[in-house]
Design a protein around this ligand. Structure first.
Ligand code: ADP
Ligand code: NA
Length: 324
């Protein structure tokens, strides 16, 4: 049995990109693996957050984890800040990382460029992410494509630590899904769909109302050619909608191209919207049942306790290795 770890930031609404690139795959993995799915609130505070909004987002993400089909009996669902070993090992991993390699991370460059006051934590985020993963002896990390570089750094830090101190860390493999690894913005299909985009038309929230979803997809940027075919370079908007359709239904892109042969974007977009609405409906229903229930609190308490037991063991090994 393999150990799987992944996390999502409670930094805003969860998007269709987060769902198709990450959460949907978490659900598939919980059956045959020991899974840890974390709400990484300490990563979220690398950027300014409203206190009350953050609390709400943490709870909302926990409800979504369960609503998409994660079973707290099978997978450990927990909040990062409730397991202190993350921050503790995170500090130790900062001592293993070099400033130069952190400055080379494209996410750091993107999030810091043009800003006057950049928090130190925006730079040291990847060593904390490495700690998140390494604490559980993780074999596999399912993430979207945007996290590939951070995962590579995690592997390097683990190997460096093992060589320098003691061979205690499992060097994890990254697992990027074939479909849905990179869902693009609806308003600018050359950049990734992200909840941190200030324009809500650019993303679909997993909690958007059916009418909102239909409107957003109807006005998604495409091109003037008028044929539904997959061409990521020339037709990124249409390619993105095909990717969304395919990732949800499991049908191949080729099958979809054939289905929409000779049809216009209007029909195609209407169908994409229905596919998305139908996929999100049961998730939203379950979410609404859960969000105000006490059950959610006991799921998170139990998850933190289980995560803590494992994490402390690895933390102590790392401390002994370093001489703390
Ligand atoms: P965001 O970038 O939306 O703030 P996170 O950094 O919390 O999201 O990432 C949570 C997970 O969702 C990661 O595995 C990430 O790779 C995945 N993810 C984020 N955006 C997308 C996207 N547009 N397409 C596919 N996967 C994505
Ligand atoms: Na991200």
């Amino acid at each position: 049995m393999k150990t799987v770890f992944s996390g999502i930031q409670p930094s805003g609404t969860v998007t269709l990109g987060n769902y198709l690139g990450a959460m949907k795959h978490f659900v598939d993995m919980q059956e045959d693996n020991q899974c840890y799915f974390c709400i990484v609130d300490q990563h979220a505070i690398t950027q300014p957050q409203d206190r009350l909004k953050l609390r709400e987002n943490i709870r909302s993400l926990a409800a979504l984890y369960v609503a998409v089909g994660l079973d707290p009996e099978k997978a450990v669902l927990f909040v990062q800040s409730e397991v202190p070993a993350h921050a503790q090992l995170g500090w130790m991993m900062q001592c293993v990382a070099y400033i130069g390699e952190l400055e080379r991370m494209t996410q750091f460059k993107d999030k810091s460029s043009g800003k006057e006051a950049v928090s130190a934590s925006l730079l040291t985020y990847p060593p904390l992410m490495a700690a998140d993963i390494l604490l559980y002896g993780t074999n596999v990390v399912p993430v979207g494509e945007d996290q590939k570089q951070h995962l590579e750094l995690t592997r390097n830090l683990a190997e460096r630590f093992n060589k320098k101190y003691n061979d205690i860390f499992t060097v994890p493999e990254v697992q990027i899904p074939k479909e849905g690894a990179r869902i693009m913005s609806l308003t600018d299909p050359t950049s990734k769909m992200s909840k941190s985009n200030p324009n809500p038309k650019s993303y679909i929230s997993i909690l958007d109302e059916p009418q909102t979803i239909r409107k957003k997809i109807k006005s998604a940027v495409t091109d003037t050619e008028g044929t539904v075919r997959y061409d990521k370079e020339q037709k990124p908007g249409v390619a993105n909608l095909l990717t969304i359709y395919s990732a949800i239904t499991g049908e191949s892109i080729a099958t979809l191209e054939e289905r929409y042969h000779g049809k216009g974007y209007g029909d195609f977009k209407a169908d994409v919207a229905e596919v998305v609405v139908n996929a999100l409906e049961p998730i939203q229903e379950k979410y609404n049942e859960l969000i105000h229930s006490d059950k959610l609190d006991s799921i998170l308490d139990d998850g933190a306790a289980r995560a803590n037991t494992q994490a402390v063991r690895m933390l102590h090994k790392a401390e002994r290795a370093m001489g703390l």
